[in-house]
Design a protein around this ligand. Structure first.
Ligand code: ATR
Length: 268
């Protein structure tokens, strides 16, 4: 029986073990998937002799150093959320970007092309989705992060200076409306997001929070109150990124619709 794990801190409330168990049942694959609370990522991974793993906050950037090889998506993003054991060591990949794009353009049928986009955050989640957003054909991308150096580092890594700019939280009121706003901060999981001006949102704005459940309430309520068109939480992205990890490990593409539907029904 193959064994998989999710490393994060905290991970107790993660839905990933349930999602992977559902995929395994659906596809008839005999695999085990457990959440491991790992304050020290390197030590926890060294003690793990399973076949693959997911990595979540706050370890996604750290996981790069644990890899003997990286897939294209992980290299570009500088973050790993999926590890596969190979003869030479861990192979790192990133499925967050594919997950977000499949949720928005597949499940929700949104057209992202030319959208003027604001990305809040420059940590592991933001790095994972930024290259995929650019590939999906969005327009200009503005990155705002509490620690401006991390926003600059992400913009540099993306390597498209005419399309990607960084701004300070304090500049937000001067930036005008965006067609797409993605909250990739973990702020609402711990404390609170810095105050966001309503002028960022117009009647055509789609707001996406990569968080889900309680942690997505504050940002999405702000977007609705500001008059945006859609307010989307990260549940669909979570299921889609899990499906892509599952495909990398098992070579089988699970059907995400019933799994998403059941989770959504439970969240309601
Ligand atoms: P993740 O994998 O969820 O991205 P992370 O790599 O720890 O986790 O990144 C967390 C992100 O949320 C960062 O962009 C962080 O900003 P800093 O780079 O300045 O730390 C952002 N964040 C966390 N708490 C925040 C808060 N209270 N206000 C604003 N941004 C916050």
């Amino acid at each position: 029986r193959k064994r998989y794990a999710l490393f994060g801190h905290p991970v107790a409330h993660s839905l990933s073990p349930w999602i992977h168990a559902a995929f395994a049942r659906q596809t008839g694959i005999d695999a085990d998937y457990v959440a491991i609370d790992a304050p020290d990522f390197a030590a926890a991974l060294a003690a793990f002799d399973g076949d693959g793993a997911n990595v979540t906050l706050p370890h996604k950037q750290r996981a790069v150093a644990a890899c003997a090889s990286l897939g294209e998506r992980a290299r570009r993003a500088g973050v790993v959320n999926t590890l596969s054991r190979r003869a030479g060591g861990w192979h790192g990949d990133n499925t967050d970007g594919v997950g977000l794009i499949r949720d928005l353009t597949g499940r929700l049928r949104l057209d992202l092309r030319k959208r003027r986009t604001l990305l809040l955050g420059a940590g592991g989640a933001a790095r994972g989705v930024a290259p995929a957003l650019l590939d999906a054909g969005i327009g200009d991308l503005f990155i705002v992060n509490r620690t401006p150096e991390r926003a600059d580092a992400l913009a540099d890594a993306l390597g498209e200076p005419t399309r990607v700019r960084t701004r300070y939280f304090g500049d937000l009121a001067t930036l005008g409306e965006f067609d797409l706003i993605v909250n990739a901060t973990s702020a609402t999981r711990g404390g609170a997001l810095p105050e966001l001006p309503m002028a960022l949102v117009g009647p055509r704005t789609t707001a996406v929070d990569l968080n889900y459940g309680e942690a997505a309430v504050e940002f999405l309520a702000w977007a609705r109150a500001a008059g945006g068109r859609e307010a989307i939480d990260g549940l669909g992205t979570l299921v889609e990124q899990a499906a892509e990890s599952f495909r990398l490990w098992h070579g089988v593409q699970p059907d995400t619709d019933p799994v998403y539907a059941e989770l959504r029904a439970r969240q309601a």
